[in-house]
Design a protein around this ligand. Sequence first.
Ligand code: AMP
Ligand code: FE
Ligand code: FE
Ligand code: ZN
Length: 288
Amino acid sequence: MRTRRSGADLHTHTTASDGACTPAELVARADRAGLAAVAITDHDTLQGLPEALAAAALPAIRVRVIAGIEIAVRYKPGKFHLLGYFVDPASPSLGHRLAVLGANRSSRNERMIERLQAIGLDLTADDVRAASGGGQIGRPHMAAALMAKGVVQSVQEAFDRFLGSGCPGHVPKDKIGLEEGIALVHEAGGAAVVAHPLTLGHEMVEMAGVFARLRGLGLDGAECWYPQHTTEQARALAALARRAGLTVTGGSDFHGDTKPNNHLGQAFGGCPAPLSIVRGLEARLPTA
Ligand code: AMP
Ligand code: FE
Ligand code: FE
Ligand code: ZN
């Protein structure tokens, strides 16, 4: 018997960025997990989307695949990851801006590897490329290469000692502005959502004001159902987001082994997010 599917996971990574599964594998796994909807949200790239959408079109696959992205944008005091949903994978404006970011990322990778070599580590660009799944290369792949060489015992140790902000190998990443990011997502036909809002670096008491300001900048939603949120935090964020006029979303931030506490389909409390969040997003689309 075919049961009605009701769960959504709107935050996942593939080998197009720093995830362990290829886009096709991820779609197959999300389908096997019984999800109704899954969004592919690779860091700063749309390159995984054609394969994921092709996999979703296979007759045996019942999960709905939503084209998404997660863009790191400039923000103080903390870290702002902007999620875009229902974006056009062929958007010229978004595609072009991401290509510029990608070129800057490549030169940043080269500079980071040079710095790591300068402090005596045995690491080459080929080692790092071998640790990537053939997609975009970044610090997680440097961490994996350092692990493979036995220089560190864990990804966390690699970030703590060499790759994190302030560490000897670190070079800051070129990021786009928040308003530019929101505009690009909208131009690409998508809805713009703040990922894991507690990484923005504000206290909970400030979040009402923060969400109101973000809504004023055109943001559409906030990711409140997230594995690293406590029940109290998730509920408080959801209430504040709704009050500010933001739609509430959620996802697992599944990467695979490199983020071992984030499991596909488990957005919050070991469960997927409710499918109603997808309708909430659809109501915010520029065309809605
Ligand atoms: P990059 O875009 O090359 O700067 O890499 C950013 C990615 O590195 C993030 O999306 C995370 O997946 C990962 N990352 C960043 N900081 C850490 C950390 N402290 N421990 C483990 N992974 C991290
Ligand atoms: Fe990541
Ligand atoms: Fe993120
Ligand atoms: Zn993510």
